[in-house]
Design a protein around this ligand. Sequence first.
Ligand SMILES: [Mg+2]
Length: 334
Amino acid sequence: MGLTDIGEFGFIRRVRRGCLIREAGVVRAIGDDAAAVAGDPGQLTLVTTDLLVERVHFLRESITGVELGHKSLAVNLSDIAAMGGTARDAFISLAIPEDCSIEFLDAFYDGMKALAAEFDVNILGGDTTRSKQDLVVNIAVIGSVPEPQMLLRSGAAPGDIIVSTGFLGDSRAGLHLVLNHIATETPAFRALRRAHVLPKPYLREGRFLAGTGAVTAAIDTSDGLSSDIRHIAEESGVGVRLYADRIPISDHLTAFCRGMNSDPVDWALSGGEDYTLLCTVTPDSIEPVCRRYKEKYASPLYRIGEVIEAKNMEIVQPSGEVKPFDVTGWNHFR
Ligand SMILES: [Mg+2]
């Protein structure tokens, strides 16, 4: 069954169930010309959007509907997390080609709704239209953050400690498996593919970190460690020194790289779409912040380097040798 069989309004009727997760503050949800929501006093409104185009950002034959729905929403939630915010409402716009089945779209909404329910996010509207060939997904998410707690990319100061909330490089390895049609039969390969198609948005962790008052800058890792940390360095007017042997590498990525005869640190630096949070933390607060974080989330904040005054992008090798970052990780942003 395709969209032409049920029409746009049939499609909306079909997917709107389960879209309203949290009724408080919602004056009008799906079904009017615009959604209407009440904002909380003292909070800034955060808005982020993301566009995913078939064959540019995903291959429809290599991802399930549930996975695509999860990922499309997760990348937006991750941007709210990187601002220290709480995600509130999502708006979903789709351009749908004729060969995209209703079953795939149902699964897409199932994946999105499951993640939305986990993080108390409403789906309050969007738009649907026909596409000649590729599936196009545009999601906008609105969030909120107490104004003094908002995390920005600017604000990192020399001496601050750089931390990541999770492993780096797994998603890029998962993408490699997908693009090269490599079977994901081993637990390691399954985990890497999963990291790529089902990324975890660090919303709760971002909110906690913002609440500590000790985080001076933050970003989510969407383009790869070297590129994303460079955004913080540029916006803050500082440099960074990373330590190769402190970059968190999963056992799965280690196993993958052994087979590829490559260095997992390179995958972490030039990879992307891990959607961990990269933060800089004031040195006098780093111990208590890391301790409380670990107690709360049963997972460490990985300390991967420090902010330096000289505007260099350096990595310290296990041998002690200091090298500039590999240019390939971020050069395409110039
Ligand atoms: Mg981002």
